[in-house]
Design a protein around this ligand. Structure first.
Ligand code: SF4
Length: 486
């Protein structure tokens, strides 16, 4: 079973490549603004005051659910089993994969249709199924496209947003033998026709879970294409994969969560298809699977739960709003982050899941502007968590540190300089002399040696002002005749 590829160490180089890639830049410009405007319009329609109340309520639901997670997971498990389903707990992504493979093998599954599931990306499930001779077929259109292209998702909501329609047309011609498709509706119709056949062949449907209601043992799947519903109703067996943080206590909590998620994600009032599954088909039901399995996965989530500074990351409902608004994600896109979850929330979750030293650049992939927290429907304080991870990288035990001794030395020096007014003035004077050879029209375009070369390779840096704040302060105080220092 091939492990999921972790390329988080490549973030600096991968983000530089993305910045230089005109196609990626164009896709990001086209799509990101659209998501942001749609979210804003949906909130205005509801009124910001009402939205704020839903956010508070949603946050409280998640806080409570995480506080009593063991209780609600047990309740969920009992209720699912009482409804005729089977519950499996997996400590790791590998264990979860093994469980799915065993279910598939026992039933002789040859084709498995899949709804969108980021957890299955964590598990590297497609690869594992293929190795066992089982054909996994992604049925969300974006996921289907990137499966054909053999690429990881670019965005947690819009996995193929970086692909132009021409590229998708070429992909369909090469992989499906469907040449000559030029318009998006024609491509969507062709994909639908191909996927319908696969739905009918499939013995197993695999989906993610957006929410799991403990009191009723119900899993909730939201999609815009109806593919989730087909995955849960057509095949003989339905396997639902859920991260353990997806549990909510009661059915009425959905009235909050199902308002927050679509508005924050795509600016919709409600997602097109909301599917509630409470176990296998019952006598008298018109459709539904003969078997229902719920796989509840930890895979690093209990580490987040046990960490008071990072626990809030478990409130995330994967709406993608923080990605859409983040100035870093909006420039480098999803592949640069090197693992399943990109963007601001990915920069918190990934270091915990794959190991902080391995993902040491991600907590720094943020300007700490706070936009992610502002748009997050659950008000998750992402900037604070990023600062906490940065601190750990600085203070970690030797061997676990995520920063080099040179970086540590620089930060130490910097903190000394800024701690004293005199040394800050002297450092500024020195920097003003140092910058002179590199100044062009008061902008530093490029400094050819590290660490400045990395910073200036892709950005211009405003030169230091002719007069420092200290000098202006002193001069103004003199002209107003007040004492020199407050
Ligand atoms: S952190 Fe908040 S904004 Fe980002 S994906 Fe999660 S819920 Fe959405």
């Amino acid at each position: 079973m091939a492990p999921v590829q972790v390329r988080t160490q490549e973030f600096p180089r991968a983000s530089s490549r993305a910045l230089a890639n005109g196609r990626v830049q164009q896709a990001l410009t086209n799509v990101m603004g659209h998501f942001d405007h749609a979210r804003e319009a949906a909130i205005q329609e509801l009124t910001p005051e009402v939205w704020e109340r839903y956010r508070e309520r949603g946050r409280e639901i998640k806080r409570h659910a995480m506080e009593y997670l063991d209780f609600y997971l047990e309740l969920l498990s009992e209720r699912v089993e009482a409804n005729g389903g089977k519950v499996h707990f997996a400590r790791t992504a590998q264990e979860a994969t093994q469980i799915v493979l065993e279910i598939a093998k026992a039933l002789g599954v040859k084709v498995a249709v899949k709804g969108k599931s980021m957890l299955s990306e964590e598990m590297g499930l497609n690869h594992a199924l293929e190795e066992q001779g089982i054909a996994p077929v992604e049925t969300d259109l974006g996921e289907y496209i990137i499966q054909l292209a053999q690429e990881p998702p670019f965005h947690i909501l819009a996995p193929a947003m970086h692909k132009t329609k021409e590229e998708v047309g070429e992909l369909f011609a090469a992989k499906l033998g469907l040449g000559g498709l030029q318009q998006i509706p024609d491509m969507a119709a062709a994909a639908r026709k191909t996927l319908r056949e696969r739905f009918l062949q499939a013995d197993m449907g695999i989906t993610g879970v957006n929410f799991a209601v403990a009191e009723t043992g119900t899993v909730v799947i939201v999609t815009n294409e109806g593919n989730g519903r087909m995955c849960t109703s057509l095949p003989r067996v339905h396997v639902a994969l859920m991260g353990m943080e997806k549990v909510v206590p009661a059915l009425e909590d959905l009235s909050v969560m199902l308002r927050l998620l679509p508005r924050a994600a795509t600016g919709q009032r409600i997602t097109s298809y909301v599917t509630l599954v409470s176990g296998p088909r019952q006598p008298g039901d018109e459709d539904g699977p003969e078997e229902f399995h719920l796989v509840i996965v930890d895979a690093g989530r209990t580490r987040l739960l046990a960490d008071p500074e990072l626990r809030e990351a478990l409130y995330c409902i994967r709406c993608g709003a923080c990605l859409n608004t983040c100035p870093v994600y909006r420039k480098v896109g999803g592949h640069a982050y090197g693992w399943v979850y990109p963007g601001p929330i990915g920069s918190v979750i990934t270091p915990v899941m794959v190991g902080l030293p391995r993902a040491r650049d991600l907590p720094f992939a943020s300007s700490l502007c706070g936009a992610c927290r502002e748009v997050c429907p659950l008000k998750i304080n992402i900037p604070l968590m990023l600062v906490s991870l940065r601190r750990r990288l600085m203070e970690g035990a030797p061997g676990e540190r995520g920063v080099s001794w040179g970086q540590r030395l620089l930060v130490r020096l910097w903190s000394r300089v800024v701690a004293s007014e005199g040394s800050l003035r002297r450092a500024r004077r020195l920097a003003a002399v140092f910058q002179r050879p590199f100044l062009r029209r008061r902008v530093v375009r490029w400094i050819p040696f590290p660490p400045f070369s990395r910073w200036t390779r892709n950005r211009d840096m405003p030169g230091l002002a002719r007069r420092s704040f200290h000098e202006l302060w002193d001069r103004d105080l003199k002209t107003t005749g007040r004492s020199k220092r407050p």
